[in-house]
Design a binder for this molecule. Structure first.
Ligand code: GLV
Length: 316
């Protein structure tokens, strides 16, 4: 079988070598082609990150498309337009959960230990111990409890902060070891009212786009910290800035933005209580991802349904 890889972020040979290794272990005969170099090669399976529409449209015999990331918002519209019958399969953790847990844990501790306040005091050479909020009242809320949200929530739980979550349905997925209350999205404002730190890890869909606007964000308690490591368009950047300037919000740690790279001169760059990282919270790891994708291909070959098949109706 032929596998085509389209990944502008990674040298092709890294994918080729890792896929060949795992195919060998599973006794699958595969040929891996570089879709950017050989766009006319027809593949059975495609592994893609932001592929061009015309390349996808030209692929006639695809049996499945694997998204080389957790979020499928960039590729799903292309699939709908050019390959509506082909299953789209996303990565399930594949080493990203631990990275996300690290990113979120750092932000929670940063907020709890009032590091932005100390940075402001340091700027004026001021030695002033600040009061620490009791941990028991310092709720950390997870908006979205998929693979990324759950990995991060587990870590924050292990740091002894009270956790809560808000998801579309408000019910835990089977087998989920999440220890806090879970609100349905219809109770979003009530949920936000309990979040001293809000961690945004929702998929971007027509329902979630722009969900965190001024009205929603102003339900966060005074001084709350916002962490967005999901997608930029979930949150209104100007509304966040307004609430920071009005000192309703205490700070933000942002990894994703409505427009990436974040344009030079964007007011977020110069807001001292905003920390910016360039979409690096959880990077796709070639080794674990190739292993997972080859296992899923083996399952498809056996006629099984692997995990991570995107529900096009829900958009994730
Ligand atoms: C990164 O943003 C991903 O979706 O994996």
């Amino acid at each position: 079988m032929k596998l085509a890889v389209w990944d502008p972020d990674e040298p092709f040979r890294r994918w080729r070598d890792a896929l060949a290794q795992h195919a060998g272990e599973l006794r699958l005969a595969v040929e891996v082609v570089d879709a950017a170099a050989e766009p006319d090669e027809q593949a059975d399976f495609a592994l893609v990150w932001r592929p061009p529409a015309e390349w996808l449209a030209g692929q006639q015999r695809l049996r499945a498309v694997f998204n080389l990331g957790a979020g499928v918002d960039a590729v799903l519209p292309l699939m709908r337009a050019h390959a509506p019958q082909v299953p789209l399969i996303r990565l399930e953790d594949a080493g990203m959960g631990r990275q996300m847990a690290d990113y979120v844990a750092e932000a929670v501790l940063h907020a709890h230990r009032r590091m932005d306040d100390y940075a402001a005091l340091q700027a004026h050479a001021t030695w002033e111990p600040l009061v620490l909020a009791p941990r028991t009242g310092f709720g950390v809320g997870f908006l979205g409890l998929g693979h990324m949200g759950l990995a991060a929530a587990r870590r924050v739980q292990a740091l002894d902060f009270p956790v809560l979550a808000c998801t579309r349905s408000g019910t835990p997925r089977a087998g989920t070891d999440f220890d806090g209350p879970i609100y349905g999205i219809d109770r979003l404002y009530e949920f936000l009212g309990h979040c001293r730190v809000l961690v945004v890890l929702l998929p971007l869909t027509p329902e979630t786009r722009g969900l965190l606007d001024y009205g929603a964000l102003s339900h966060l308690p005074r001084g709350a910290h916002v962490v967005n490591a999901g997608r930029g368009a979930l949150l209104h950047e100007q509304d966040l800035l307004d609430l920071l300037e009005q000192q309703h919000l205490g700070g933000a740690t942002l990894d994703v933005f409505e427009h990436e790279p974040l344009p030079a001169g964007h007011p977020l760059w110069s807001q001292p209580r905003v920390r910016i990282t360039p979409h690096v919270a959880a990077h796709t790891l070639v080794g674990p991802s190739a292993a997972q994708i080859m296992r899923k291909i083996a399952a498809l070959e056996r006629g099984d349904h692997p995990g991570g098949i995107v529900d096009a109706r829900l958009g994730y």
